[in-house]
Ligand binder design. Structure first.
Ligand code: SAH
Length: 361
């Protein structure tokens, strides 16, 4: 059975499926999910993420985490958590770079939140030198001060899509054409209660036909982390592509072999993501009692953390060919025409914490 057969069967018994269900099954279903069935990263896969572009990305984040720990007063125990660790590259680079910081590693417990069994095995190999534990979701993390890293995790959390008509907001759902049996989008006949989660500027400004998105799963992770950070202290670093202000628009996209492809035509075969609404997450964080810093652009964040200095340090010991690669990777990570501006970085803390590195006023 394929993901498409599975969705067809679900629609036959449950009726048209919300985009949240389609995205959840397409990405994390244990048998049919995109992440459950493959390692999609790197040149031979479907896409390349920042930690796979250069070791500098994870190294700078490891040092960021160590400084945050010092700002917390260097507690004797701290959970270092990564959400959606992919191949485990970021965490391995972060741990290697932060090892010299006195007392940091002795205080650390490493936790990975990962839905995919296939990727967990790869992460176990990347992190074989460290005592780490794996969790299915954020709610299973143990209590205590926490430093959370999430690179391209929130864009994989399911979104609902709402479509504006003359009557109001209807939810977009997946159905199958009775004639051709091909997947098609339909609308719920009634008005969707999810519209209550949309920001007033989106609610008021939209014209008929426009699409708005909301991710209940992302909002609940933000809320949970905010409560946690308020109670136990620490910080979360969220890096993703998305927008700083809530706005209408269809951002659901499928990527296969480094190209954007049709969502319905490639169900189960392509990565499915949506732009992260940083403003909506920031509102969830403040409602949960936390403070949201930023977002700043990835280019500005990595520059503030000293990527230029790190690149020079590495190039000094490199062959001419390696030096060119380091230079190219730096450009790719920070240039506005590459990942530098589309990717944003936000930090969340408890209400009393100092702004973390990269977010000072
Ligand atoms: N951070 C990595 C990988 C990004 S891809 C990098 O930058 O390279 C998204 C990651 O999140 C994958 O590891 C995927 O398996 C995981 N993931 C996606 N949805 C998830 C969910 N609902 N719960 C836990 N992990 C999830």
């Amino acid at each position: 059975m394929s993901l498409l057969d599975h969705l067809r069967r679900r629609v036959a018994t449950e009726g048209p499926l919300p985009v949240t269900d389609v995205m959840a099954d397409a990405l994390t279903h244990p048998r049919f999910g995109y992440y459950a069935t493959r390692d999609p990263f790197g040149a031979a896969g479907d896409f390349v993420t920042a930690p796979e572009v250069s070791q500098m990305f994870g190294e700078l984040i490891g040092l960021w985490a160590a400084v945050v720990w010092q700002q917390m007063g260097s507690p004797g125990h701290v959970h270092l958590v990564e959400l959606g660790p992919g191949r485990g590259t970021l965490m391995a680079d972060a741990l290697r770079a932060s090892r010299p910081v006195p007392g940091f590693h002795a205080a650390l417990q490493v936790h990975l939140v990962e839905a995919s069994r296939t990727l967990r095995e790869i992460q176990e190999r990347s992190l074989s030198g460290y005592a780490s534990s794996w969790h299915d979701d954020v709610s299973g993390l143990p209590d205590g001060p926490v430093i959370v890293i999430a690179n391209e995790f929130f864009d994989a959390l399911p979104i609902a899509q709402l479509v504006r008509t003359g009557a109001g907001w209807h939810e977009r759902r997946l159905a199958f054409d009775p004639q051709t049996d091909a997947p098609v989008w339909t609308l719920t006949p009634g008005i969707s209660p999810l519209a209550a989660l949309l920001h007033p500027t989106v609610l008021m400004g939209a014209r008929p036909g426009e699409i708005a998105e909301v991710s209940p799963a992302a909002l609940s992770v933000a809320d949970l982390l905010a409560r946690r950070l308020k109670r136990d202290g620490g910080a979360a670093l969220v890096i993703d592509y998305g927008h700083g202000e809530s706005a209408a628009g269809d951002t659901l996209q499928a990527v296969q072999a480094h190209k954007s492809v049709d969502v319905l035509a490639t169900l189960g075969e392509a990565d499915l993501t949506a732009h992260v609404d940083f403003a909506a997450l920031a509102r969830a964080v403040s409602q949960g009692g936390g403070l949201a810093h930023g977002p700043v652009t990835q280019g500005a964040f990595l520059s503030a953390l000293g990527i230029a200095q790190r690149a020079h340090g590495l190039m000094a010991k490199a062959t001419p060919e390696q030096a060119r690669d380091i230079e190219a990777a730096t450009v790719r990570l920070i240039d506005p025409g590459e990942m530098g501006t589309l990717f944003k970085v936000a930090a969340w803390t408890g209400p009393a914490a100092a702004p973390p590195p990269g977010f000072e006023a």
